[in-house]
Design a protein around this ligand. Structure first.
Ligand code: SF4
Ligand code: SF4
Length: 222
């Protein structure tokens, strides 16, 4: 899932200062699961903004709404009336959700209430970790399902850098060395032979470095 974090209330007040009718719009998918932008967070942030408005006499009028997905036109449709009757939208969706709303309502300011961080998983209660950098050419099959691009600080594709201490990463001592994990995993599934093959330099053309990426499925186009 996409993992995001809430901006602070002072940051949001700064962003919204000067506006009156504000729709705080949550998203019921990824950002709900990572406790950043679902119905509960819409309620918490709206309450905090009302308090800030009273204290600073900002005259905010806050409406709350959460839709299933902000990055999908079918669900955005359900927010149309609420968006139109407010002056601005504070989106608690990921960056894709914010932009999907903004592209649909061209004359309405749409602000990001979250910082979108990464694609990851819930590792344990209250801790989310990055697992995929969306490189566009997945090589997980070669590494026992452990991503060396995301989880190795140096993106090493042909073995460890040699700097790890015990099982810890040299760059991020709070994280395990990805190559320790790759070795253990390949050993566990009987595929250590994979490590004898030299991986060629990765083709980064499929990554974000080449600009905004687009997928076209001709079989789904009308
Ligand atoms: S190899 Fe690329 S697509 Fe696959 S998990 Fe790693 S970053 Fe994501
Ligand atoms: S210690 Fe391990 S995870 Fe950290 S940079 Fe070196 S090889 Fe990668």
């Amino acid at each position: 899932m996409i993992v995001a974090e809430r901006k602070t209330i002072p940051e949001l007040v700064e962003i919204l200062n000067g506006h009156k009718k504000i729709l705080v719009l949550g998203c019921g998918t990824c950002v709900t699961v990572c406790l950043a932008g679902g119905e509960r967070e819409v309620s918490i942030i709206s309450s905090a903004l009302r308090i800030a408005s009273n204290i600073r006499k900002l005259d905010f009028e806050i409406e709350e709404l959460t839709i299933e997905r902000q990055c999908d036109n079918v669900f955005i449709e359900q927010a149309t009336e609420a968006i139109e009757r407010n002056d601005v939208v504070l989106s608690l969706g990921c960056g894709a959700g914010v932009q999907a709303i903004a592209e649909r309502f061209l004359e309405k300011p749409v602000y990001a209430g979250l910082n979108t961080e990464f694609i990851g998983v819930l590792e344990e209660r209250g801790i989310w970790t990055e697992k995929c950098a969306a490189c566009g050419a997945c090589v997980l099959h070669q590494y026992g399902g452990i991503c060396p691009i995301t989880r190795c600080a140096k993106h090493m594709l042909n073995g460890p850098c040699g700097g790890s201490r015990e099982d810890r990463c040299e760059v991020r001592p709070d994280r395990p060395c990805a190559w320790q994990l790759i070795y253990q995993r390949l050993k566990g599934i009987g595929q250590l032979d994979r490590l004898k093959k030299i991986a060629p330099p990765k083709n980064w053309e499929t990554s974000l470095d080449g600009g905004c990426r687009v997928i076209i499925r001709e079989d789904h186009r009308i």
